[in-house]
Unconditional design. Structure first.
Length: 144
């Protein structure tokens, strides 16, 4: 199992915490498809498709605001629905472990210790990001 952190808003845009919570409540996380430079797909996309695994834990953020902690329960798939709040075509099903406003959520949870790209792995146990996600995960497991 690995820890990850991600934002669920399109590049250059930032929704409200409620917008991101609505997406998380769909029990789906995902990302768009873009090129870092012409002809070169951003490396976060293969990470989402191949490195992110069933059983991994993802901190869903809005900027640095923690919104939900989820567990990956499905393989990636591609689906477009322009009418849905779920704007991203690359998707994975998730189980919600804790979500803002729920009894298992830590009400005084501080801001995430760093700004994040769309998707970033947190594998170094000595970093503030790893410790933050691990503490949140342990809290959620104890509330279940």
């Amino acid at each position: 199992m690995n820890y990850w952190h991600m934002n669920l808003h399109p590049t250059g845009e930032q929704g409200t915490d409620d917008d991101i919570k609505k997406i998380a409540l769909s029990r789906t996380i995902g990302m768009g498809i873009w090129e870092r430079t012409p002809g070169v797909i951003d490396p976060q996309i293969p990470d989402f498709k191949n490195r992110l695994q069933i059983g991994d834990i993802v901190a869903v953020l809005n900027g640095q605001n923690p919104i939900a902690l989820v567990e990956i329960i499905g393989e990636w798939y591609e689906f477009y629905d322009e009418k849905s709040i779920i704007w991203f075509p690359l998707r994975r099903a998730v189980k919600i472990l804790c979500i803002k406003g729920d009894c298992g959520y830590i009400d005084n949870l501080s801001q995430f210790p760093m700004r994040t790209k769309s998707l970033t792995i947190s594998s170094d146990k000595s970093t503030d990001t790893y410790k933050y996600i691990d503490a949140w995960y342990q809290h959620c497991k104890n509330k279940a």
